[in-house]
Design a protein around this ligand. Sequence first.
Ligand code: PHE
Length: 354
Amino acid sequence: MNDLKTKYLSAIAAAADESALEELRVQAVGKKGEVSLKMRELGKMTPEERQVMGPQLNALKDEINSALAAKKVALADAALDIRLKEEWLDVTLPVRPQRQGSIHPVSQVWEECTAIFADMGFAVAEGPQVEQAWYNFDALNIPGHHPARAEMDTFYMHRAEGDDRPPHVLRTHTSPVQIRSMEKHGAPLRIICPGRVYRADYDQTHTPMFHQVEGLAIGKDISMANLKWVLEEFFSAYFGKKVKTRFRASHFPFTEPSAEVDIQCSWENGTVKVGEGDGWLEVLGSGMVHPKVLEAGGIDPKEWQGFAFGMGIDRIAMLKYGIPDLRAFFDSDLRWLRHYGFSALQVPTIRGGV
Ligand code: PHE
């Protein structure tokens, strides 16, 4: 009896896991276990022997059972301890830094333009990107047969079969907003309109969608001189240094006279630097608003006159931030966006230098 007790109690104490423990239980107190077999032998004993052996065997069985139960709990506790150690988390650790989105250079420059022109008293106007042909062309003195209409590589919207009205277009420039603003507010007027425009063209310097900012100032005696001052003031604020401009005679149906404007720059080893050197770079079209355009906008050209200009936002963004390829603006390449993007806190202001 003592041998059995030492054998099983020490084996239970040494059991490595629950299955070893179960094996021991079967061996000792299972139906055919050693202790159970001993209990069966009680039947063959004399009543006196049985009286002594019976309680002893029962006590042994109880002792083994409670040793098994205790060991089972101990094994479970140990397993839990190991798991708790392995799966331990420090919930007080600060989180890993998360990448934030950035402001696209076009959005940044859009805001910069708005800030500079707002400082000169220009309000921001908007118009639809899907535009009536009348606003995009006719009202701007570009009639149906005019070559400019073909030159613009226009995207036309679909019309239902049998619908003979001229199709809407994706606006090819921001100039239709001139007409919409004149209609809405009359004269005098001082607005800029930054926005998306569309032309069916794609190469290193052209994308089918790009951005322009339109400017329009109407008053009693507004002249080309005011236009030149406003543009030079703008470029100097935008590039943070004095930038000379050059006006070249040009032609647009909606302005008379018309001028293309170049800004001063230097070309060295293939890089452009604005505001120095004796090179020139074309950045916008401009002129005095054509009397017919004023009329189309409901403004009397005998009483009012003014200037208008249209400038490429992507173009001046590339120049200021040294971005070589226009197409990269619209590729949504995260590496590019991280490199050229701006933090949300870099809000453009006039005073701090734009
Ligand atoms: N709308 C012209 C263009 O897209 C630019 C322009 C605007 C020219 C206003 C003169 C006046 O090319």
